[in-house]
Design a protein around this ligand. Structure first.
Ligand SMILES: Cc1ncc(COP(=O)(O)O)c(C=O)c1O
Length: 406
C-alpha cells in the first residue's frame, strides 16, 4: 500500500481538523474523500479549458471532446465492455430511474420485478413505482445470513419475471453478493428477464468485469469512487442496447430532426441528451489512471477488510454490540451495528466531537433494517486511505462515548 504521507497528498481532506481534532473519516460508504489530482483536473478544465463538446470544431471544443471520450474508453478498459456500452448519467439513482423509464414499455400487467431485501432505497423505490404504474408486482428476494438467498430467488423466478434488480455490495453489511450464482440462476429460470446490478458500493474497492458478471445493466456514482459529484456511469449490455428505447430526449442525441420524423444516434450518444457533466467526466479519468497505476487488483479490498476486522475485534472488547451485522469469517469493509446502550445517533454525535466521522440512521435501507427489527444502526466504513493506526483512535472514541452514555 502507499505511504501515509502519499495518502495525505492524494486525499488532502485527511489532514483537516474537525472540532479541533484531526479528522478520522469512516463514512466512505456515503461518499469517498476526493483524489486531489482528479479535482485539480476538474478545476483546470473549468478555469482554463472550458468548452462544450460534440459540436464546435474550435480548439477547446475538440480537445474537450477527445478527453471526454478518452474517459469513456478508460471506463470500458477498467470495468469491461466497449465504449458503446457505457452511458454517462447524473449518478446511481439517476441511472436506475432512467432504466425504469426505459423498461416501462417492456412491462405489462401481472409481470414481476424481483428486488432483494438488501437494496438501498435507490434500487428499490424506482422499481416499486414502476410496478405500481404498470400494475405489475414488485416482490422481495429474501436473505439468509445477510446474503441474497438463492432458494428464495429460485422460488420467485417465473416466466412472469421481467426485471431482477440486486446490489453487488450491501451498503449496510458491506457483503459482496454471489453475482455469478445469482446471474446463472436467473438466466436458467427466467431467460427473458433483465438483470440489473447496483454497483454503487462495490466500484471503489472491487476489480471485476461487467461482462464476466453477465448482467444487462450495471450502475454507479463517481462520488463514491474518489471523484466528483453529479456523475454516474451506466453499463448497458448489447442486449439492453438493442431492447431499450431512448430514455431522455433533446440535443446531442439526435441524428436528424424534422416535423415529420426524428432519428437518434446509436449508443452511447443516443442515450445522452443535452450537455453532459464534461469536467466531472474528464476528472474521473484521472481517478481511473490513479487506481490502475497504484494498486493491484485486490489490494484495496484486502486492505479495507483487514482494518475492518481489526476494528470489529477491538470494539468487541467494549461489549458495545447489541446486534453486529458482521461475521468474522466473511470479508467486508463495513461494520454496522446496533449499540447495546444508547442510540446510534448519540454515538455518531459524540464521535463527531472527537473528529471521527461515522454514519447513523436507516442508511436508506429500511426494508433490510426492518427485517432485523432495527430502525437505526451505526455504520463504520473503511476505504483505501484508512490505516491500522485508525483502529486505536476509533476504539478510544467509542470508549469515551460509552463512558458518557452508559
Ligand atoms: C448500494 C447503493 N445504491 C445506491 C446508492 C445511491 O447512490 P447515489 O446517491 O449516488 O445516487 C447508494 C448510496 O449510498 C448505495 O450505497
Amino acid at each position: 500500500m502507499i505511504s501515509k504521507d502519499q495518502l495525505r497528498r492524494d486525499f488532502p481532506q485527511l489532514g483537516s481538523l474537525v472540532h479541533g481534532k484531526e479528522l478520522l473519516y469512516l463514512d466512505s460508504a456515503a461518499t469517498a474523500l476526493k483524489y486531489k489530482a482528479s479535482i485539480e483536473k476538474e478545476s483546470q478544465f473549468l478555469l482554463s479549458e472550458s468548452a462544450n463538446i460534440h459540436r464546435g470544431s474550435h480548439y477547446y471544443g475538440s480537445e474537450g471532446t477527445k478527453r471526454f471520450e478518452e474517459t469513456r474508453l478508460k471506463i470500458a478498459k477498467y470495468f469491461g465492455g466497449n465504449i458503446q456500452n457505457w452511458i454517462f448519467t447524473k449518478g446511481t439513482t439517476h441511472g436506475i430511474n432512467q432504466l425504469a423509464k426505459a423498461m416501462e414499455c417492456k412491462l405489462k400487467s401481472g409481470d414481476q420485478i424481483l428486488v432483494s431485501r438488501l437494496e438501498h432505497h435507490s434500487n428499490f423505490v424506482p422499481w416499486f413505482e414502476l410496478a405500481k404504474r404498470k400494475n405489475a408486482h414488485c416482490l422481495p428476494i429474501e436473505l439468509k445470513d445477510y446474503q441474497i438467498d438463492l432458494d428464495s430467488l429460485k422460488k420467485n423466478l417465473t416466466t412472469q419475471t421481467k426485471i431482477i434488480a440486486i446490489t453487488h455490495q450491501s451498503n449496510v453489511s458491506g457483503r459482496l453478493q454471489d453475482l455469478k450464482s445469482i446471474v446463472a440462476l436467473c438466466k436458467e429460470k427466467a431467460p427473458h428477464a433483465f438483470i440489473f446490478i447496483d454497483g454503487a458500493q462495490a466500484v471503489a474497492s472491487q476489480k471485476f468485469s461487467v461482462e464476466d458478471i453477465g448482467c444487462d445493466a450495471y450502475y454507479f456514482s463517481t462520488h463514491k469512487m474518489f471523484a466528483s459529484y453529479g456523475l454516474g456511469c451506466l453499463y448497458l449490455s448489447e442486449r439492453s442496447i438493442d431492447a431499450l428505447s431512448q430514455f431522455e430526449f433533446g440535443g446531442s442525441m439526435v441524428q436528424d430532426v424534422s416535423f415529420e420524423k426524428v432519428t437518434y444516434l446509436k449508443s452511447p450518444h443516443g442515450f445522452e441528451a443535452g450537455t453532459p457533466p464534461i469536467a466531472q467526466v474528464i476528472s474521473f479519468g484521472a481517478v481511473l489512471d490513479y487506481l490502475d497505476r497504484q494498486f493491484e487488483a485486490n489490494e484495496i479490498w484486502d486492505h479495507e477488510v483487514d482494518i475492518c476486522k481489526q476494528s470489529y475485534l477491538k470494539l468487541k472488547e467494549l461489549d458495545l454490540f447489541e446486534l453486529a451485522i458482521f461475521n468474522e469469517d466473511v470479508p467486508t469493509n463495513i461494520l454496522s451495528f446496533v449499540p447495546k446502550w444508547g442510540h446510534a445517533e448519540d454515538y455518531a454525535h459524540i464521535l463527531d466531537k472527537q473528529g471521527v466521522a461515522v454514519r447513523s440512521g436507516h442508511l436508506c435501507c429500511q426494508p433490510f433494517l426492518k427485517s432485523l427489527g432495527a430502525s437505526s444502526v451505526l455504520r463504520i466504513s473503511f476505504s483505501v486511505y484508512n490505516l491500522s493506526e485508525d483502529v486505536d483512535k476509533l476504539f478510544n472514541a467509542f470508549k469515551k462515548a460509552k463512558e458518557m452514555l452508559v
